[in-house]
Design a protein around this ligand. Structure first.
Ligand SMILES: Cc1cc2nc3c(=O)[nH]c(=O)nc-3n(C[C@H](O)[C@H](O)[C@H](O)COP(=O)(O)OP(=O)(O)OC[C@H]3O[C@@H](n4cnc5c(N)ncnc54)[C@H](O)[C@@H]3O)c2cc1C
Length: 426
């Protein structure tokens, strides 16, 4: 048996792994099975202790691409990283990307991932035109939106509706690989949320970094980061003069995080100092141009950055609460996190748009807060306490990141869970 963990390194479980080289071997074993992509979900979503975990990572071929329409059909193990390398130079980008490119198409469908453009463009579901899926009865089905629930329930279904073999995706045309970005600084949470809600400041992509360790009048201060794909005529002369290099993808060599960090490195004092400097540094940037990898996937520049939290690992906690009482809920959550001195510097807040996908899909209109919490005593109790707050406000936590949700709270957060179970049994 192998020891298996996902990105948060918690929990760590014994597992039987299969790594098929050909699509015909990508199927369930005798007993329970779960498909797994690159393990970039943080918690236990891609773990299974009493069955087979079937890895899709070697099933990563592009099968068909129409350069006129930008429709790509690929095996589900294709990573966004490989897709971006291949298609950005041809003027195409993914319609939705999470904060890492090291995830597979199958994983993006199963979690129905969202990106910085969710408030405008919705989730991964919006870009997918067709799926090939192997279901529990052994049949392979080509599914399109016309198949209703059979198609929709895969989005957010966390791999429980079947093994996704192929994904057909409508790519987004781009004319340069640069982003035009604007940073605006906010002195506290009400100011930050007011900036996020201000349509005049909005752009195609929008997210805010929030300082969860600042206290008093500065509690919840942050930096709103908005942007869009730069058009050639928006670029300064120094870029525009080199038109042949405009559509390039230069991810650079990811540097490894050099060691398992000791816990004192992330002490509240050190983090407060870091946050203070980050707030000043990012806030000063104003409007600028940056390569799309830097804008969308800054953490990918450090390989194994999850080692920063040391051997015990960490949890990434993400919830969404409806707009109606969203400000109140986010303010209360930040105050509880602040009192517990639990969070790290990686914390982001954003507005989400309409829901889509199946009953277990995470996004809903409202505010979403995502943050890393290093694992130590009391953290799971803190999460359960926050879960109750989120559920009381009609919100939910993101299953792709969770490892602590209790069954009764899950049912409150995802009230249509029974529809999902009935569908799965059929
Ligand atoms: C740095 C970082 C930033 C992130 N930012 C975001 C973000 O902004 N927005 C967001 O939504 N998420 C974000 N995530 C989470 C991540 O995008 C999702 O968890 C995604 O599902 C990971 O894809 P994966 O291929 O690694 O899937 P895995 O982690 O391997 O699996 C995730 C789920 O998908 C299922 N699955 C995987 N492949 C298949 C398949 N072929 N068929 C059926 N089921 C399958 C698994 O069973 C599991 O339930 C982030 C993660 C990291 C590490």
């Amino acid at each position: 048996m192998d020891q298996l963990e996902s990105w948060g390194r918690y929990p760590r479980v014994p597992a039987r792994l299969f790594r098929p080289e050909r699509m015909r071997d990508f199927h369930a074993g005798e007993g329970p099975s779960l498909a797994r992509g690159l393990g970039r979900s943080y918690g236990d979503a891609a773990l299974l202790t009493d069955g087979d975990v079937v890895l899709s990572e070697r099933l990563d071929r592009c099968l068909e691409f129409n350069p006129e329409t930008g429709v790509l059909r690929a095996e589900a193990g294709l990573s966004l990283d490989a897709l971006i390398r291949a298609f950005v130079p041809q003027g195409w980008f993914v319609p939705v990307t999470p904060g890492t490119a090291f995830c597979t198409l199958g994983g993006c469908v199963a979690a129905n991932v969202h990106g910085k453009n969710h408030h405008r463009d919705g989730s991964f579901r919006q870009g997918v035109t067709s799926l090939e899926m192997l279901t529990a009865d052994g049949s392979v089905r080509d599914l399109t939106p016309a198949d209703g629930d059979d198609f929709e329930f895969a989005f957010g279904g966390m791999g429980l509706t079947g093994m996704i073999r192929e994904v057909e995706l409508q790519l987004r045309p781009i004319t340069t690989s640069m982003m035009m970005v604007r940073h605006s600084v906010a002195g506290n949470l009400p100011e930050l949320m007011a900036q996020m809600d201000d349509e005049a400041r909005d752009d195609q992509y929008s997210v805010a970094w929030v300082d969860l360790l600042a206290r008093g009048e500065r509690a919840g201060r942050g930096v709103l980061m908005t942007g869009h794909h730069a058009e050639i005529n928006e670029l300064p002369m120094r870029y525009a003069a080199h038109q042949e290099t405009l559509l390039t993808d230069r991810p650079g060599r990811a540097r490894p995080f050099p060691f398992e960090a000791p816990t004192w490195l992330l002490s509240p004092g050190n983090l407060r100092l870091f946050n203070s400097m980050y707030h000043k540094w990012q806030g000063r940037k104003g409007t600028f141009f940056t390569p799309l990898r830097t804008f969308f996937h800054p953490l990918d520049a450090i390989r194994n950055w999850n080692r920063m939290y040391g051997k015990p690992g960490f949890v990434q906690y993400q919830f969404v609460v409806p707009f109606e009482s969203g400000r109140e809920a986010v303010t209360e959550a930040i105050s509880r996190l602040n009192a517990a001195q639990a969070s790290s510097f990686l914390a982001v807040l954003k507005r989400m748009g309409a829901s889509d996908g199946g009953p277990l899909s995470f996004p809903m209109p409202g505010y979403t807060l995502a943050l890393d919490i290093p694992l130590r005593e009391g953290v799971i109790d803190l999460l359960n306490n926050l879960d109750a707050l989120v559920a009381d406000h009609g919100g939910r936590v993101y299953l792709a990141k969770d490892s602590a949700l209790r069954p009764d709270t899950f049912r409150r957060m995802y009230p249509e869970w029974e529809r999902f179970v009935i569908h799965k049994r059929q």
